[in-house]
Write a protein of this length. Structure first.
Length: 288
């Protein structure tokens, strides 16, 4: 096991930040570099469209299963591993964050719920397949090396990922119908946490960044989620701590430092309080 969780950079595969592949009747293989690289993170988005077959993977300690036809996405930084691929057909798209349009990023980065596979009907499956095929045929070096060609590919990426965004938005349309100020601020708060949780751990500092009072932040976050602002900060810390405990050989002290704690005993007490067991116990039991 390595000292750090491997993070794969799309720049090592594509200098344009876009990789699209057709997946045809794939089974899990030990050298399946497209789908499975072992336990790792990516610094880019992944969008998967499963036309047929069965896939099972681990994403941040949650087992995800997808059946045909379904769509799924992974955010940059999530720790994941492919577990089972059984006769899988579909499409795989990896794309750097800066290539995605803002409206697509906002759908996934501002979500208040964990990502889950989403079934799509036959009509949408046909649309996704057609758009992915056109994107694949257009995503060539010849096209990407010209401003006009890249613009075409960019438009197709926007269209394809926009279909994902549309479907996930439709799934939570009852939530969107009740969109209010509390929900908007809570989503902005959650985005800031994901970006700054290692260095900023006080709800009051997040409130300051959002130009609201700490009391108002506490109120709106509890209204939108039923949990306190501090809870969501600590949950982000807890998830990253678990990743490092299970998937690296970093010591507890090194993990505490990585997460922004100069006092590793304080970190251990916090972890034990949140998880109900010490970091060392969690590590030992999770590696069995």
């Amino acid at each position: 096991m390595k000292k750090t969780i491997p993070t794969y950079d799309l720049n090592n595969v594509s200098r344009h930040g876009i990789v699209v592949e057709k997946v045809e009747r794939r089974l899990m293989e030990t050298e399946d570099n497209l789908i499975d690289k072992g336990i790792h993170r990516d610094n880019h988005y992944i969008f998967m469209f499963l036309e047929s077959g069965y896939a099972k993977m681990m994403v941040d300690f949650t087992i995800i299963e997808t059946h045909e036809p379904a769509i799924f996405f992974l955010l940059p930084g999530q720790v994941h591993q492919g577990l089972i691929l059984n006769d899988v057909c579909g499409w795989f798209l990896a794309v750097k964050t800066e290539v995605l349009p803002d409206f697509v990023r906002s759908v996934f980065e501002e979500s208040l719920v964990e990502a889950k596979p989403l079934s799509v009907n036959e009509s949408w499956a046909e649309k996704l397949n057609a758009c992915a095929a056109l994107l694949h045929s257009s995503c060539t070096e010849e096209m990407l090396d010209t401003r006009e060609g890249f613009s075409v590919v960019q438009s197709l990426v926007n269209a394809y990922t926009g279909m994902f965004a549309h479907q996930f938005l439709h799934e939570r349309k009852h939530e969107d119908a009740k969109e209010n100020r509390a929900l908007q601020l809570t989503r902005q708060f959650r985005i800031l946490i994901r970006k700054d949780f290692k260095s900023v751990k006080s709800p009051s500092l997040y409130a300051e960044a959002l130009h609201i009072s700490p009391g108002y932040l506490t109120e709106v976050v509890h209204e939108a989620t039923g949990r306190s602002a501090l809870h969501w900060i600590q949950q982000e810390i807890l998830v990253e701590a678990k990743r490092l405990l299970v998937f690296t050989h970093l010591t507890i002290k090194e993990i505490a430092y990585e997460l922004g704690y100069s006092d590793h005993t304080y970190f251990s007490r916090l972890f034990s309080k949140l998880e109900g067991r010490s970091p060392s116990d969690f590590r030992m039991n999770s590696r069995k």
